[in-house]
Design a protein around this ligand. Sequence first.
Ligand SMILES: [Zn+2]
Length: 247
Amino acid sequence: MVTVRDVVEVLDEIAPRELAEDWDRVGPQVVPPGAWGREVGRVLVCLDVTLEVAREACEGDVVVSHHPLIFRPLSRVEGRVHVLLREVLDSGAVYVAVHTNWDRAEGGVADSLARRLNLRVLRETGSGARLCEVRDVEGLLNAGRNLSPLFRVFGPVGDWRRVLVAPGSVPSEVVGEAERFGVDAVIGGEVGYHVRCELLWSGVSVVELGHDYSELPGVQALARALSDKLEGVDVRVVPPPDVEVSR
Ligand SMILES: [Zn+2]
């Protein structure tokens, strides 16, 4: 029998909590009384704890989300937060967050995105980004287009040799790292205006995939890793709704 405690231990092996940034909130966040020793029937893996996820969850489930359910301290429970919290508590499930610890972990969000884009990872850069070697520029761009309807390239596309991969929000340290490692492009989830300008000014192109889409390969990889380690437990991904984009 696999218990809630076992699932949390396996998560700590896959995505050690010490890897998380100090401002982050990771680990178990909602634990009903007496839940630790309870048998787990299902693990639901998601990007965010949405109303749909909480409505799908039931007692006996562990919900593992990439973005923490509880991040900023709650000062008021009202409106949408009230509705969501009620669903979360009524579900009877345990909720655990694996956020920046899974971003940085080996085989985590950054490695999974690089792999999905057909890149060879050379090293971690310090900020959590991955320095990668490009094998085929067209293949890289096509993989990006297939992954995300939000795919955009800023700056020229050329014979790119090395790129930095930084899923989610691209931190400003990546500007210095791009220069230090002499990369041709930065591939990120969400690139702020000033970060994008600085990269373009230093001759580095920018590929933006959208915060959510850039992290999906990592969410899928987490579900696979859990499924390998938790025999007999039904592990499934609850995908975020597709974003409707018009222009
Ligand atoms: Zn994120």
